[in-house]
Structure formats: structure tokens, C-alpha cells
Design a protein around this ligand. Structure first.
Ligand code: FDA
Length: 305
């Protein structure tokens, strides 16, 4: 049943008509629990509140699967606006973005042009930029773009997903670049040709790649809400004397906020991924797919009104 629901929401997450409708009608159905608002001003307020609690942030202007050049350029402009807001308001925040919002499905030239604009601005403001990882069909391209950009900029990192069979090898291959990587379980619907179908195997692979990347001496962001993985990381860094400034934990805005603050109190760097903007639909559907309790929360919200 859980798997069916997961598949259903992941299927809905790709629906273009619903994506357009959602943009037109604004944040609905409890999406504001996971999305900081539709404007940069609203996002800045949320980030200031999180920073006051000692939480670091990575801000994301929501958008994905863009299919025309003008929209891709506008998406890049929004990211630049977010970087300027970080600088002007002295926020403790990085930036995250998706390659399909920069024009990945249109042309490599367009993506590189937009990414260089963003990374130049980010460099000027001392802001680090993480390239999110999307579905498997875009994984190799995303890694290739990351490698090229990493040769030109030191303020860029990317994400690897524990559910993919290929990730262990990607960790090895990328080691030559000494990358700052965010490691996650993986949020898209993938076939068992390319991804572990069982959660148990994903979790084991997650632990394996965390260990590999940390022991390679690279900066590691462990992005999860899973206590077992968090405890595993804490034990690992203790055992190998890995300093607190070589890793951090990351969680999504609106998920386990008390646990986020607890990790800060324990002395760890805890970064919250704060999405904002009008294109909230696909992101929201993936959050619903992850956890049936999130669906119950949404249903309660709908029927209360
Ligand atoms: P999982 O969903 O398996 O949950 C494990 C356990 O965590 C649960 O059993 C429960 O104990 C606890 N838990 C989870 N949610 C809870 C809640 N609401 N309340 C209480 N307990 C809860 N994916 C991707 O493909 N590309 C990307 O670029 C990114 N980027 C990214 C950034 C950040 C900062 C995060 C945190 C995540 C991503 N992801 C991602 C998403 C990621 O791949 C994954 O889908 C989600 O993080 C959910 O997986 P978890 O590791 O949290 O474990």
C-alpha cells in the first residue's frame, strides 16, 4: 500500500497541467508547511528566523523541467536575486538549484551560460552553490556539468543519491575533484535496472558512501531525516576523529524542526533546505510520496477548511 501511494505521488509530481494550475492558484493544500513562500521577501523572513535559532540554510528558487530558453534565463535571474538577498541581508545561507531549471533539457550551452552567471555572482558574495540531483536520465549530464564548473569555480558542489547502483563508483571518480557533496537517499521513481528497489539496501549503500566520502577527506553533507543514518554518522566521525568542520547534517524545511534544533544544540552544523517560489507542485508531491504521515497532514488541512 505504501509503495502504491509513493508511486502515485511520484506519478502526479510529473503532471504538467497540474504544475501549471498550481503556479496559477498559489500555495495550497498545506504546501506552505514545506515551502517558505512565493516571494524572495517571504523566504528571507523565514531564513532570518532559522538563522536566529543557529540553523544554516540553503535556499532554492523552485523550478524544474523548464523547456524554453526565456524561462531558463528567468530562473537564473531568480537565483541571482536570491544570492543578492543573501548578501544584502547577511544571511547564513547557501544556494541550491536544479539543472533542468537552468535549461538542461534545451542545450548544454544555455546551462553553462546560466551557471557561470550564477556562480560569478555567488563568488562575489561568498555564497556556495549546490547542484541538486534529479532523475537518473539526467544524472550523467549533471555530473559532467559539475566537473566542468568545478574546474572553474571553488564554490560549487553537487548531490549523489544512495539508491543508484552507480553512486559508489561516482564517489570514487569524483574524489579527484575533492568535491563538497550532499549525500541523499534519492527522491525520484527509478527502475530496478538502475536503483536498489529495497529500502534496506538503499540505507546500507547510504552508510557506505558516507564513510567513503568522509574517509577520502572530503566535505560531506549528510542530508536525511533518518535517525539511524544520523547516529551512524555521529559514531563514524567519532571513531575516525573526523572534525566537525568536515561534515554537516541537512534536512528539509518543515520536516522534523525539533530534531534540527537539537542537532544544533549538540554542536553540529545543521543546514535547512528552504524552497520558495510559485513552482511548488512537483517538490510538494515528492514530499508526499516520501511519507504517508505527510499525506494525512494534508488531508487534515483540506477537511478542516
Ligand atoms: P526516509 O524518508 O527513509 O525516512 C527515514 C526515517 O526518517 C523515517 O522512518 C522516520 O523515522 C524519519 N522521518 C522522516 N520524515 C519524518 C518526519 N516528517 N517526522 C518524523 N520522522 C521522520 N533527493 C534527490 O533525489 N536529489 C536531491 O538533490 C535532494 N536534495 C535534498 C536535500 C536535502 C537537504 C534533503 C534533506 C533531502 C534531499 N533529497 C534529494 C531528498 C532525499 O533523497 C529523500 O527523498 C528525503 O530526504 C527522504 O529520505 P530520508 O533520508 O529523510 O529518509
Amino acid at each position: 500500500m505504501e509503495q502504491l501511494m509513493r508511486d502515485f505521488f511520484l506519478f502526479l509530481s510529473k503532471n504538467k497541467t497540474l504544475t501549471k494550475l498550481a503556479k496559477r492558484y498559489g500555495l495550497r493544500f498545506g504546501a506552505s508547511r514545506f515551502v517558505a513562500g512565493e516571494t524572495i521577501e517571504q523566504a528571507v523572513e523565514v531564513i532570518q528566523q532559522l538563522n536566529r535559532k543557529g540553523l544554516a540554510v540553503t535556499i532554492d528558487y523552485l523550478g524544474e523541467f523548464v523547456d524554453n530558453e526565456q524561462e531558463a534565463n528567468e530562473m537564473a535571474n531568480h537565483s541571482i536575486e536570491a544570492i543578492r538577498a543573501i548578501g544584502e541581508n547577511k544571511l547564513n545561507s547557501q544556494l541550491s538549484l536544479k539543472m533542468t531549471s537552468m535549461g538542461l533539457d534545451i542545450s548544454d550551452e544555455l546551462v553553462m551560460k546560466n551557471m557561470r552567471r550564477i556562480l560569478d555572482e555567488a563568488k562575489a558574495h561568498g555564497v556556495f552553490v549546490t547542484i541538486d540531483m534529479e532523475d537518473y536520465s539526467r544524472c550523467q549530464k549533471t555530473i559532467d556539468i559539475f566537473k566542468q564548473l568545478k574546474k572553474e569555480y571553488d564554490n560549487v558542489g553537487t548531490v549523489l543519491q544512495a539508491y543508484l547502483y552507480r553512486t559508489e563508483k561516482d564517489i570514487e571518480d569524483l574524489n579527484a575533484y575533492h568535491p563538497n557533496l550532499r549525500l541523499v537517499k534519492g527522491a525520484y521513481k527509478e527502475s530496478q535496472e538502475v536503483a536498489f528497489p529495497d529500502k534496506k539496501d538503499v540505507d546500507e549503500n547510504f552508510k557506505k558512501i558516507i564513510k567513503m566520502h568522509l574517509l577520502n577527506g572530503n566535505y560531506t553533507a549528510v542530508a536525511t531525516h533518518d535517525d539511524e543514518i544520523i547516529e551512524y554518522t555521529k559514531q563514524l566521525v567519532k571513531e575516525y576523529n573526523i572534525p566537525n568542520d568536515q561534515f554537516e547534517f541537512q534536512m528539509l524545511y518543515g520536516i522534523r524542526p525539533e530534531r534540527q534544533e537539537q542537532l544544533v544544540r549538540e554542536g553540529y552544523t545543521m543546514r535547512v533546505y528552504v524552497p520558495y517560489g510559485t513552482d511548488w507542485y512537483g517538490y510538494f508531491m515528492r514530499r508526499l510520496a516520501e511519507r504517508p504521515a505527510n499525506v494525512a497532514f494534508v488531508l487534515k488541512g483540506i477537511f478542516k477548511k
